[in-house]
Design a protein. Structure first.
Length: 349
């Protein structure tokens, strides 16, 4: 039974630890029953940090000066994919800013090569690309696409995503296009950006369910000093009692509620949560509903440049080191590392 609106709001506002223990328990039970104990690892390759968009929260936004930009070559990307295979991962995720220097044909060629040369599932996270690109990549063999809708509040969306005439933004429409093309579809939101209230988070959770998402990414908002939202904060402020905090606790509540709303979805314990709570953020996510981790396979020399939010590269570690640490953390929770592609079960239920 999905949660009612008033139950969702009740949990989002709950502060009593004993009561919250019940939410964690329910989310963990649903996770175990519906997607099992395996934690699937998705190797993240950040293929370009160029971006044409002006998202107010993101350190890659087009107006940012002083950030050195990079684009990985085909060979560099393929060698990251081979590293994923070597480390036993079943999936790679190619992510970038919205960069038209990364052409449709370039991505299609790489997807084809990965599908021919490796057993990997391929996930793309390349922004609001035209339908022709999305179709071309699906034909080339891409399995999944991630595009967070970021918030279901249209006013807040417009405030944090200034659209240009050449680039109008309609992420929900793209989710339906992706579904029609046969992709596994992923989306999600940040938690605690200024102007986000409890009602809007409840709308987000209901939207996850309505879209029947295969993948749901939830992380805390982490302010980046070199972004429009930090440099020119909008004047709207909510009363403190309405503003959702960008805490690890609030993020965990949204992860747990996502699991209850979409029990068969693949849900990562995100890097942003692991950065906000470096001691045990990863574990908290995994024990409160998440079943996926996305270790970073980007070559070290590019890591700091993919600067979407601060401290992202505090986890400066080679893929190899990260991998053995991660195995230990997962096994420490009594869970196992997933094998195979770890496809979504959401469309079968
Ligand atoms: N804080 C948290 N998450 C962020 N993202 C971008 N900027 C920030 C930030 N400042 C997230 C967006 C995007 C994902 C790749 O990173 O939600 O979808």
């Amino acid at each position: 039974m999905p949660l009612s609106r008033s139950e969702i709001l009740g949990w989002l506002r709950e502060s009593d630890e004993t009561r919250l223990a019940e939410l964690w328990q329910r989310a963990n039970d649903a996770r175990q029953k519906c997607v099992g104990d395996a934690v699937h690892l998705r190797g993240l390759i950040e293929i370009s940090n160029y971006c044409v968009r002006h998202c107010g929260y993101c350190g890659l936004n087009a107006s940012r000066r002083g950030l050195q930009r990079y684009r990985m070559s085909e060979d560099e990307i393929l060698s990251c994919a081979r590293e994923a295979v070597r480390l036993g991962y079943g999936t790679v995720v190619m992510q970038a800013g919205e960069d038209y220097g990364v052409t449709g044909q370039f991505v299609a060629r790489i997807v084809r090569r990965i599908k021919v040369e490796t057993p990997l599932a391929v996930t793309l996270s390349l922004g609001e690309r035209p339908d022709e690109d999305l179709a071309l990549w699906r034909d080339a063999g891409a399995d999944r696409y991630l595009l967070r809708f970021e918030t279901s509040d249209p006013q807040l969306y417009d405030l944090i995503h200034p659209a240009s005439l050449q680039n109008p933004s309609d992420r929900l429409a793209i989710q339906y296009t992706l579904r029609g093309l046969g992709y596994e579809v992923g989306s999600g939101v940040k938690v605690g950006i200024r102007g986000q209230n409890y009602d809007s988070l409840a709308d987000d959770l209901e939207t996850f369910r309505r879209l029947n998402l295969d993948m749901i990414g939830i992380g805390p908002y982490i302010q980046h000093p070199d972004t429009p939202l930090a440099l020119r904060p909008p004047s709207i402020t909510l009363p403190e009692s309405e503003q959702a905090p960008n805490s690890d606790l609030m993020t965990c509540k949204v992860v747990a509620l996502s699991r209850l709303m979409c029990p068969y979805a693949n849900i990562p314990s995100t890097t942003a949560l692991a950065i906000l709570n470096q001691e045990n953020g990863r574990e908290l996510g995994l024990s409160r509903g998440a079943n996926v981790v996305m270790p970073n396979l980007t070559p070290i020399k590019y890591r700091a440049l993919y600067d979407i939010y601060p401290d992202k590269d505090c986890i400066i570690e080679t893929a190899e080191e990260g991998n053995s640490q991660l195995h230990a953390r997962i096994e420490g929770l009594g869970r196992s590392v997933g094998t195979g592609p770890g496809n979504s079960l959401a469309q079968r239920h």
